[in-house]
Each structure stands twice: as structure tokens, then as C-alpha cells.
Design a protein around this ligand. Structure first.
Ligand SMILES: Nc1ncnc2c1ncn2[C@@H]1O[C@H](COP(=O)(O)OP(=O)(O)O)[C@@H](O)[C@H]1O
Ligand SMILES: [Mg+2]
Length: 254
């Protein structure tokens, strides 16, 4: 195991799931064994890959001790393995309440660490028990954000949760960086807000904006509609180029 990335932002629609799928695809192209874990009750990644939101065994059964992680894993056509979500995860906040509840995912994936180089965790747009489990289990956080003012507000609440997890559950947790998504460098406001995020939000979090931004690119939506990964659907698209560069930036020195 080299790294476990949690892709986190309590705001929806900032490209968390799209980023998980693209990282899974492009990291596995580098001959690395990759597992993506869908921890979002909305099951977007699971549905895109499997066409269902009720797989036989999901991460819900795994973190509630009804199944082993290994039993839930499914091979995908996109180069990586998937530990799928199910809509039962909507019950997580009310059912996972016992002592040690923050460590359920970390414990569950322990036996898998020898089998994978990278694990990438998709999270829901909320700061409940599922996101706390992802932050506790991971080594690094990636925060996708759009260059708009609401994103700036969202990141400051997220930063409180990250700091609390760091203090109580995962002292080695690192914020790998803020990833600008759906970015349009020709829009002046987007550039201004990117500068603001760099100078204030990223500094407050003790992190940086990744050099690579992911440009707005319709091929992402089209690929998802066709249930294909972005590389297979449009290898020369801006999104493919950007995610490939991001993977090079992330894996530099590994
Ligand atoms: N670079 C991009 N260009 C255009 N659309 C994008 C891009 N990244 C993501 N999207 C679209 O934005 C929407 C939200 O993305 P998603 O990955 O589901 O975000 P989240 O998981 O944070 O809610 C989806 O419809 C997705 O297809
Ligand atoms: Mg999502």
C-alpha cells in the first residue's frame, strides 16, 4: 500500500465521484493495483460501473460487520476494483453509533492493504459518520472544489472536521491539496477565486492548490452517460489530459 486517498468535500456537485473514477482509471494505467471504495449512499460510482444501487454485498454490510471487505469487491472493466455502495448507507448515521464507530472502515480494509497499491474513497456531500470514517482510514485527503464563492464557504466547515479527525482519530492525516474542477481559465472571476483559494483557504488548511486543474469538459458527462471511463470514451479530451497530469503530479516520487 502506497496511499489511501479520500476525495472529500461536503458540497455536492464538485466532481468528487468523477475524480474518483478518473483517478482509478489513470492510476491503474500506471500498472498499479487500485481499489475504489464508494462510500456515498447516492451510489453514483457504483451505478455507473454496475448499473445497480443494490449490489449483493456492499460497503454497508462490510462496515457493519455482516461481511468481509474481500467478499464485496467487484472487478470492473475500467482497470480497477470496486467496493460498491448501496442505498443502505443512508442509515449509517443512525446504525453506526457504537464506541469505535469512526474506525469501522479503517478496520475493514486492513486485510486488503497488501493487495493494493492505491485505495481511493468516494464520499457523500455531508460531514457525517461516513466522511469521518473515510478521513480516519485514509492517508491523504484531496479536496475537489469549483472556483466559486460557495465552495470557499464549504471548505471552511470541512476544515473543522478534518482538524477534529486529525486530533482524535488520524494524527498522520495529510491534505494532499485542493483540486480545482470544472475550471474555466478564460473566466476572470474563476481566476480571481482560484487566487483567493490559493492565498487564503489553502494557506489556512496548510495545503496548496494542485498545479493541475480539471477543465470544464462535456466528455466527462458523456462518458458517464455511456457507462465508460473518460480514457476509453475520449482519450484526447481536456478531461483525460488533465486527469492524466493530475495523476503524474500525485504520484511524483512514488
Ligand atoms: N470537468 C468537468 N466538466 C464538466 N462536467 C463535469 C466535470 N466534472 C464533473 N462534471 C459533472 O458535474 C456533475 C457533478 O459531478 P460529480 O462527480 O457527481 O460530483 P460530486 O460527486 O462532488 O457530487 C456531474 O454531472 C458530472 O458529470
Ligand atoms: Mg458524488
Amino acid at each position: 500500500m502506497k496511499d489511501i486517498f479520500a476525495i472529500v468535500n461536503n458540497k455536492g456537485g464538485v466532481a468528487k465521484t468523477s475524480t474518483v473514477g478518473a483517478l482509478g482509471c489513470f492510476i491503474s494505467k500506471k500498472k498499479q493495483k487500485v481499489l475504489c471504495i464508494d462510500l456515498d449512499p447516492q451510489c453514483n460510482l457504483t451505478f455507473t460501473l454496475l448499473g445497480t444501487t443494490q449490489p449483493q454485498i456492499s460497503i454497508f454490510e462490510v462496515i457493519t460487520n455482516q461481511a468481509k471487505a474481500k467478499e464485496a469487491i467487484i472487478k470492473t472493466n475500467n482497470g480497477y476494483d470496486l467496493l460498491p455502495a448501496s442505498s443502505s448507507l443512508y442509515n449509517a448515521d443512525t446504525t453506526i453509533t457504537n464506541v469505535g464507530k469512526e474506525y469501522k472502515l479503517k478496520e475493514a480494509i486492513q486485510p486488503l492493504l497488501k493487495s493494493y497499491d492505491y485505495i481511493i474513497i468516494d464520499t457523500p456531500p455531508a460531514l457525517g459518520i461516513l466522511t469521518v470514517n473515510a478521513l480516519t482510514a485514509c492517508t491523504k485527503v484531496i479536496i475537489p472544489a469549483q472556483a466559486d464563492v460557495y465552495s470557499l464557504q464549504g471548505i471552511s466547515t470541512l476544515s473543522n472536521t478534518i482538524n477534529a479527525v486529525k486530533q482524535y482519530c488520524n494524527k498522520d492525516l495529510k491534505i494532499s491539496g485542493i483540486l480545482l474542477t470544472r475550471y474555466n481559465p478564460r473566466v476572470i472571476l474563476a481566476r480571481d477565486i482560484a487566487t483567493m483559494i490559493e492565498n487564503t483557504t489553502a494557506k489556512d488548511l496548510g495545503t496548496k492548490i494542485f498545479k493541475t486543474s480539471i477543465r470544464e469538459c462535456v466528455a466527462i458527462k458523456e462518458a458517464q452517460a455511456q457507462n465508460q471511463d473518460i480514457y476509453t470514451y475520449a482519450p484526447k479530451s481536456n478531461a483525460s489530459t488533465d486527469y492524466k497530469n493530475l495523476v503524474n503530479e500525485l504520484l511524483k516520487g512514488k
